[in-house]
Design a protein around this ligand. Structure first.
Ligand code: PRT
Ligand code: ZN
Length: 293
């Protein structure tokens, strides 16, 4: 029996690079060069199954892979409607963010979802779209396209589309305007609902602790500054998403202290200007590489 934990990852495409980067930040050592379907992780009992993203949910469902890294849009499309989905989301990963949107030609007669009644919508996500339409009680036709969905209105295949949007440039270049978001998506770690062997479960738990550490540290910064003791309350108030800061007396100066804190939210220039206005000096913002406990 295979005792190595298997993770299905997109081989090439928009998810691939960030998925590999996440696993590398978790300390996994592997190489994805070459045409192989499997990449062996050298320092943990883990193998990566390198495949097309559309195959990932079914590979996890069938047990061909224990876990998968995939866009929530693909996960939802594959699992919607299943009475008891055999795959579930274990972690939301925060990258590859996009929106599945309804869009129609600018200045046309479709401006909001109700206008779709009796019309045809082209999409690569028929399950998610049909689920949305039936929940909104809109009777429209859908036509499935595997790609180039944004061209459908031009060539008369459909009057509207339902497609992924990130910057919005593709819609704009095709004279289309989004008028509703039907799914917000990000990369997710999915897992089979079946129990893993004790051995694999232990490796999974170790991996999840590392993923949580990476997710927490990537949004976090360590901030250090000097300030008059009297400013501590105001400074603590300003620090974004920080617990009580560490206060360290500075040399012989009774009044001056060093203030240090982990901020779990973005630290913007405006925050630094605010801190300075409240008496903070020598402010440093440092990235945090790893976090645990
Ligand atoms: O070969 P394989 O089947 O593995 O890959 P693929 O071609 O099916 O998928 P890929 O690599 O294009 O996308 C993988 C995943 O990335 C998607 O399932 C989403 O979860 C996520 N993602 C994030 C996106 C986008 N952003 C995105 N913008 N997927 C596709 N797009 C496309 C969109 O379909 C449209 O054509 O980009 C265009 C719009 O982009 P903007 O920036 O112009 O709005
Ligand atoms: Zn795909």
């Amino acid at each position: 029996m295979n005792t190595r934990l298997r993770i299905a990852v997109q081989k090439k495409g928009r998810l691939a690079e960030d998925s590999f980067a996440l696993l590398k930040k978790c300390g996994l050592k592997f190489s994805t060069r070459g045409d192989g379907l499997l990449a062996r992780v050298k320092n943990l009992p883990v193998d990566l199954l390198l495949v097309r993203d559309d195959d990932i949910p079914s590979f996890v469902a069938s047990g061909a892979s224990d876990l998968g890294l995939v866009g929530e849009n693909v996960y939802a499309e594959e699992t919607l409607g299943a009475a008891e989905p055999d795959v579930q989301i274990t972690r939301r990963l925060g990258f590859s963010r996009c929106r599945l949107c309804l869009a129609a030609p600018e200045g046309g007669d479709i401006q909001n979802p109700e206008d779709l009644a009796g019309k045809t919508i082209a999409t690569s996500y028929p399950a998610i779209l049909n689920d949305y339409l039936s929940r909104q009680r809109i009777r429209a036709n859908t036509v499935e396209m595997k790609g180039a969905v944004e061209l459908a209105p031009h060539i008369g295949i459909a009057e509207a589309i339902c497609d992924l949007v990130s910057s919005g440039a593709t819609l704009e270049a095709n004279g289309l305007v989004p008028f509703a978001t039907i799914l917000e998506s990000e990369a997710v770690l999915i897992q089979s609902s079946r129990a893993l062997s004790a051995q694999k479960q232990a490796v999974l738990e170790r991996l999840l602790r590392r993923i949580d550490g990476v997710l927490r540290s990537s949004g976090s910064k360590y901030i250090m500054m000097n300030a008059p003791r009297s400013a501590i309350a105001a400074i603590t108030e300003i620090l974004p998403g920080a617990d009580a800061p560490t206060i360290i007396p500075l040399g012989t100066d009774e009044d001056l202290v060093a203030v240090q804190a982990v901020c779990t939210e973005n630290v913007f220039w405006e925050t630094l200007e605010d801190l300075q206005a409240n008496g903070a000096r020598a402010i440093l913002v440092l990235p945090i590489e790893k976090m645990m406990g």
